[in-house]
Write a protein that binds this ligand. Sequence first.
Ligand SMILES: NC(=O)c1ccc[n+]([C@@H]2O[C@H](COP(=O)([O-])OP(=O)(O)OC[C@H]3O[C@@H](n4cnc5c(N)ncnc54)[C@H](O)[C@@H]3O)[C@@H](O)[C@H]2O)c1
Length: 362
Amino acid sequence: MPKNKCVRVGYGTVSQIHETKMLECNVETVAIVEVDEQKRFQAQQEGFTVFSSCQEAAKLNPTFWDICVSTNQHLSVIQSILDSAPQANIFIEKPICLFSEIPALRRTLLNFEGKITVNENYASSTIKNMVQTIAFNELQIHPEKIVVEFTKNRELDFARGRFIDRELGSLGYEGSHMVTLVSEMLEDYVPYRILENKFSDLIFKGSDQLLENQGSAYVRYKSLSQVEIELYTSLAGTIKYKHPLFCIEDIPHDDLNSKYRFIAVYGTNYHNDKYCVVGFFEPINSFKRCQGAVYVTLNNKVERIVAPLRDDTMLLHFQQTLKYFQGVAENPYSVEKSIKIVEILNSFTDEMRFSKSLHSLV
Ligand SMILES: NC(=O)c1ccc[n+]([C@@H]2O[C@H](COP(=O)([O-])OP(=O)(O)OC[C@H]3O[C@@H](n4cnc5c(N)ncnc54)[C@H](O)[C@@H]3O)[C@@H](O)[C@H]2O)c1
């Protein structure tokens, strides 16, 4: 089979992860497009052909484009690719675009003749599949509550210039992964009633500098079928749900590697036994990279552990994406599904703005 050739747009943090995983999928990066001069120089030093616009790179006629730019640039990069390559295959990072850009994105893609798919990589997770299989096929539980936490410390990342999502605040980074995971567990994952919604600022250690709404987010809502959902993310490394076995301490600002990420599904079976199935995503202390874990509790006692479990969500999602581009698989994450996620995240931040403005009136 001929080698897949990609042009990667953006040479920041996630771009370099893509390069490693794409190499494993036998993809050749034929060029990098970057607007930042220093990053262009860095990419050139690392052996890539480098351009400053998509128009120049389009001459290479890649199999697909891999968009890894800051979220607020997603739409404009799609537009500039389509100007030169209207039938392009496009793989784009999540979230698909800013909420305010959804109408323009739909207009841009109205007569689009190529293929576009979104890197919602947790949709391809083995841990997610295992939680689903155990909870719904094996134990046949009726879900009552789903909790998702995605915590890491991003203080140094931000201080080093990694992009800041001002529209979605703390939910602009892991928020789409968290909602995607819930959407894979429940058909009616769309919020019916938001019960609680809190955002906090990120205060940099040892200074009084802060980033508004970038510290943490906590959302509690009910779905139409009355399942309660709790979503929590901290960018200051503060862990909320201390599940046994795989929990870690709060993550300090100089620890760029630790993450604490899980999904827990609570429910009862036909005999009224209370089950909780928890899937922990990598990285997990004492396990290798790309190894997660799942455990099951019955009436609050651990009764089964499946670990370590290999789960390279990016690699799995890339493999699905390449099959989609080759025409032998369904789209692993469509634009419409991705837009739904952005709309849901926006409804949470809307609430936050509303409650903040109410407070300022009191
Ligand atoms: N799927 C995941 O697990 C995952 C993980 C991290 C980030 N992301 C997503 O990846 C995207 C990038 O995040 P990041 O952390 O790598 O950001 P980053 O700030 O580290 O890098 C973005 C790069 O894009 C470049 N850029 C910006 N506008 C450009 C343009 N118009 N043309 C070419 N280059 C441009 C910037 O100069 C920068 O080098 C975001 O949308 C983010 O949400 C996804």
